[in-house]
Design a protein around this ligand. Structure first.
Ligand code: NI
Length: 449
């Protein structure tokens, strides 16, 4: 029997808090899960610093990846039962696409590293490029498993993730405005953070989802379930992903890694005791795939524990703030009040803080849903509803609820600074300190004034 068709003698299940059971039927899926590159995802938290705000959010990229696989498997099952192709090009589902879709779903995040967004920013890595490299490089176990299907199979799976795969149904299953990836992380993050905003009726959405010649659409009878998903997504971004304390901890992490890199560049002896050997290739910007795959949340945290005792007081203090969860404070600013920031930075310097490492600005904006806009650089696939006559209609033209948030960015931009700048309120010694007082006159109700 060819490897791609090989079924397990008895299907395997993984117990899952969101989907109850995750069903594994193909030998290749189990083999991919058992590779060292995939097992590594157990050691990388899905939400990074958000777990410092929502303490339940300790779930990993491993569990999310299995969830995306399971949703994709359920979509394929539904399509195969209800919309199987009869003649090529009829716009219905060809179940020969199932295996490439399942593998792409399982592996879509395999290139993520520890604290991905911050790490990428400092070391100029790119998790999507690394995903493609893990799939296509002959040195990885993942590649060795995929190649047993055919020599071209690894590149085919990679092209789904890169959105260049010729069948748009497969691409949109994994990435569109309503795809298996987003549906899994919203439900999973809502479950583990303990918030309820992210919940929506997955069963109903999967039921009304259907293939058509240009991709995937939804029966119009399921419009309210789709609406609910869009609103949930909007609220999860505002409440969880953009949480100011989580962003503040990301700022500290960013400055901590930046400082470590600069210390390394200045050091005459690079091989001091407790030197972060695993990071050297990234400090030098000459890493390969093997270097990258050695990193996880645990290896980074171990270095932070060493840096806490560093002779560089800034490095040691930033490590302490990160490990012991001492976030920076933040306030919102806008185009007008942005001009005040240099002055605030000067006051922070006067109070004894290096403003490069103890202040930051950061914005978080999200587009909750967008209808097709050809002027946009990367237009998003809009959500199409199929009416009873078979005609498609775009979601925001029939849903007043979705229309209200379509094309509107929401979020904020914040200025981060040491909490100590506010401490004088309680402390007599600092009560009359003119620097602290001057700083505080610029702030009011979470805004720079
Ligand atoms: Ni994902």
């Amino acid at each position: 029997m060819p490897y791609q068709a090989e079924r397990l003698p008895r299907e395997k299940v993984f117990r899952d808090p969101v989907h109850n059971y995750i069903y594994i039927q193909h030998r290749i899926i189990l083999d991919l899960i058992n590779t060292k590159e995939f097992q590594r995802l157990r050691r990388i938290k899905q939400l990074g610093t958000a777990s410092l705000v929502f303490h339940g959010a300790e779930h990993t990229r491993f569990t999310h990846s299995l969830g995306v696989y399971e949703i994709t498997r359920r979509i394929c099952d539904n399509f195969q039962r209800n919309y199987p192709t009869k003649t090529p090009g009829d716009g219905l589902w060809d179940d020969n696409e199932r295996l490439v879709a399942l593998c792409a779903a399982l592996l879509h995040d395999i290139g993520h590293g520890p604290y991905s967004h911050t790490f990428e920013h400092i070391f100029q890595t790119d998790h999507e490029a690394i995903t493609v490299a893990i799939l296509t490089s002959p040195t990885t176990e993942v590649n060795q498993v995929l190649r047993q299907v055919s020599p071209e199979f690894p590149v085919q799976v990679a092209s789904v993730i890169q959105k260049t795969y010729p069948n748009p149904q497969v691409v949109q299953m994994i990435s569109s405005q309503i795809d298996a990836d987003r549906m899994d992380y919203l439900l999973r993050d809502a479950y583990h953070t303990g918030t309820k905003y992210g919940t929506f009726d997955l069963t109903r959405i999967l039921r009304v989802m259907r293939p058509y010649k240009d991709g995937i659409c939804f029966e119009i009878s399921g419009m309210h379930a789709v609406e609910d998903y869009i609103v949930s997504r909007f609220q999860m971004y505002q409440q969880i992903y953009f949480h100011p304390v989580s962003r503040s901890m990301e700022v500290i992490l960013n400055h901590l890694l930046k400082r470590a890199k600069e210390d390394y560049e200045k050091a005459s002896n690079k091989n001091e005791a407790a030197a972060p050997y695993l990071l050297f290739p990234f400090f030098n910007h000459e890493f390969d795939l093997d270097d990258y795959l050695l990193l996880d949340d645990g290896t980074l945290t171990t270095y932070f524990a060493h840096w806490r005792q560093s002779s560089d007081p800034i490095l040691a203090d930033l490590a302490h703030r990160f490990l012991d969860r001492k976030p920076l404070k933040s306030v919102k600013f806008d185009e007008q009040t942005q001009a005040k920031i240099p002055e605030l930075r000067q006051l922070i310097e006067k109070a004894g803080f290096n403003s490069t490492y103890y202040t930051a600005t950061n914005n978080s904006y999200d587009l909750p849903y967008d209808a097709y806009d050809p002027k946009m650089k990367k237009p998003m696939t809009q959500i199409e509803l199929m009416q009873s006559d078979g005609q498609l209609i775009e979601l925001s033209t029939v849903s007043a609820l979705v229309s209200a948030i379509t094309g509107k960015f929401s979020g904020d931009q914040r200025f981060f600074f040491p909490k100590e700048m506010l401490s004088s309120k309680e402390s007599n010694v600092e009560l009359f300190d003119p620097v602290y007082k001057a700083f505080q006159t610029h702030l009011h109700n979470d805004y720079i004034i």
